[in-house]
Design a protein around this ligand. Structure first.
Ligand SMILES: Nc1ncnc2c1ncn2[C@@H]1O[C@H](COP(=O)(O)OP(=O)(O)OP(=O)(O)O)[C@@H](O)[C@H]1O
Ligand SMILES: [Mg+2]
Length: 258
């Protein structure tokens, strides 16, 4: 079966998109799923997290977007770094992704480049995870138009609820021109069970999102920061930690969606 494509996006920064991409991907990889993570963020945090540094990246997703369609099959194997982190393959990002907005201004069907390009590698994986940048841009539109499920990490914090409106405005705009609406599910992140404010925001979120929210709530866990410092996922640090168990249970929910 062709890979399910999961876009992890929220127009608010620092809410746990990269952590969710790598930890959920890591949980799926531990269940023997073949996982590819695409770093669509010009800041390339997922790439850096995998200890792949900009000077070592000679070819990235930038080259895929900039190339004509006929070159995609030859480019993918050059871009993908096999088993780059915790059993997952990574397609690295690059600061050059920022340049695409200008270069692609006149290119036809530029919003569906990723959807079309992923057809060339979809059969090689069970899940393809798209780690998205925190602002509306060509990469984010491409991710939304390529995904089977949009996962929206939402920090259990009042200010985070505000950023949500931006993403839903973008979703509504895209849905107007799509044959079927983009399927989405939120996940509450960085939940501090000792903080009353967190509990209140979680309550609000559940009401607001109705069924479109994972039952799993991702709590605060300092091991996520340790994992990024060590170039691994939380599963390599402590598979029994609260954070690891949370993403494991989220992976179980994801697997039940299809
Ligand atoms: N559940 C958590 N508990 C504790 N720290 C966390 C948790 N989730 C993420 N973090 C930490 O919070 C910081 C931001 O997380 P992350 O990089 O995943 O967010 P992001 O949404 O991808 O940010 P950006 O918008 O900049 O791409 C990181 O240092 C990460 O280690
Ligand atoms: Mg990120």
């Amino acid at each position: 079966m062709a890979a399910r494509i999961l876009a992890v996006a929220n127009q608010k920064g620092g809410v746990g998109k990269t952590t969710t991409s790598l930890s959920l991907g890591g949980a799926l990889a531990r269940r023997n799923k073949r996982v590819l993570v695409l770093d669509l963020d010009p800041h390339a945090c997922a790439t850096l997290h995998a200890r792949v540094y900009p000077e070592a990246v000679t070819i990235s997703l930038y080259d895929l977007f900039a190339a004509p369609e006929a070159e995609w099959p030859a480019l993918w194997p050059q871009i993908i770094l096999p088993q780059a982190i915790s059993g997952m393959d990574i397609a690295p990002g690059s600061i050059r992704l920022n340049d695409l907005e200008d270069i692609m201004r006149t290119r036809a069907c530029k919003g569906t480049i990723l959807a079309r390009a992923l057809r060339k590698v979809r059969d090689d994986y069970d899940f393809i995870v798209l780690d998205c940048p925190p602002h509306m841009c060509l990469m984010l539109v491409n991710a939304l138009l390529a995904c089977d499920l949009l996962i929206i990490p939402i920090q259990t914090d009042f200010l985070a609820l505000h950023g949500l409106r931006l993403l839903f405005d973008s979703l509504h705009t895209l849905n107007k021109v799509l044959p079927s609406p983009i399927r989405y599910r939120a996940v509450a992140t960085m939940f501090d069970r000792r903080a009353k404010a967190c509990l209140h925001v979680l309550d609000l979120l559940k009401k607001k999102m109705d069924d479109a929210i994972f039952e799993t709530v991702i709590g605060l866990d300092t091991r996520f920061r340790e994992a990024s410092a060590l170039g691994c996922t939380i599963f390599d640090i402590d598979p029994k930690s609260r954070g690891a168990c949370a993403y494991d249970s989220m992976a179980e929910e994801v697997l039940k969606l299809w």
